[in-house]
Write a protein that binds this ligand. Structure first.
Ligand code: FMN
Length: 209
């Protein structure tokens, strides 16, 4: 079937949309409903996955679950930095759990006995985060990937029942969108591809030469 100008316009819009700065969820916004959340999570399961191992799982944090998440973040902070912390520091950490009405924790769950290297499995798990951000954005939601060093601590790992081989990769905040913000890098204009892409052809040269 021939490709029409309309098809090209639709493809252009699709690609442009992927590159558009995304919106953070509003702190006091509304959580995605069950259908939207299921679509976001289903989309996450379509990521490239060598061997079809599904080396990831997710935990949805919502409503009062945010209290438990916040408490675990604070306990993790104390385990890293001791009991004697400024209240401001503790409040900031706890506040991360309340930055959005809903969040999805990404848990890489690789099988070390597989022929597929663990790093590939973790890479696949990482893709689920971006897939969720894109799916949520396409549904008109705010979405942002967040992380904190305390994810590696025992109190936080325990909340998410992380097994020895599992890794918490961060969480995706979800909800009705908040204020628009500029992407930091767009101020500099488009990335100069010649700086980061080499073309392997009959010779090796930067992209665009
Ligand atoms: C693994 C990972 C962890 C991140 N953690 C944070 C974070 O804790 N805080 C933050 O402001 N941005 C974090 N980011 C970046 C944001 O998700 C987002 O990419 C950034 O705010 C720029 O927005 P944009 O992706 O819409 O351009 C993280 C990104 C990744 C991939």
């Amino acid at each position: 079937m021939a490709t029409t100008d309309n098809d090209h316009a639709a493809e252009d819009r699709w690609v442009d949309r992927l590159a558009t700065p995304r919106l953070e969820p509003a702190r006091d916004g509304v959580a995605p409903d069950e259908d939207a959340l299921a679509r976001i999570l289903q989309t996450a399961t379509t990521v490239p996955d060598h061997g079809g191992l599904r080396p990831w799982r997710f935990a949805v944090i919502t409503g009062a679950g945010r209290e438990r998440f916040g408490a675990a973040l604070v306990a993790g902070l104390h385990s890293l930095r001791g009991d004697d912390l400024l209240e401001l520091v503790v409040t900031k950490m706890q506040g991360k759990a309340f930055a959005a009405p809903c969040a999805v924790m990404l848990i890489a769950s690789p099988d070390p006995s597989s022929n597929v290297p663990v790093w590939e499995q973790v890479a696949s798990a990482s893709c689920t985060g971006y897939a969720m951000v894109l799916a949520a954005t396409a549904l008109g939601l705010g979405a942002a990937w967040k992380s904190a060093a305390v994810l590696a601590t025992e109190p936080v790992r325990t909340l998410f029942a992380a097994q020895d081989d599992e890794q918490l990769l961060g969480w995706i905040n979800l909800g009705t969108p908040g204020a628009r913000r500029e992407r930091a890098t767009t101020a500099d204009g488009p990335v100069d591809l010649a700086q980061l892409v080499t073309v392997i052809a009959s010779d090796d040269r930067p992209f665009g030469r």
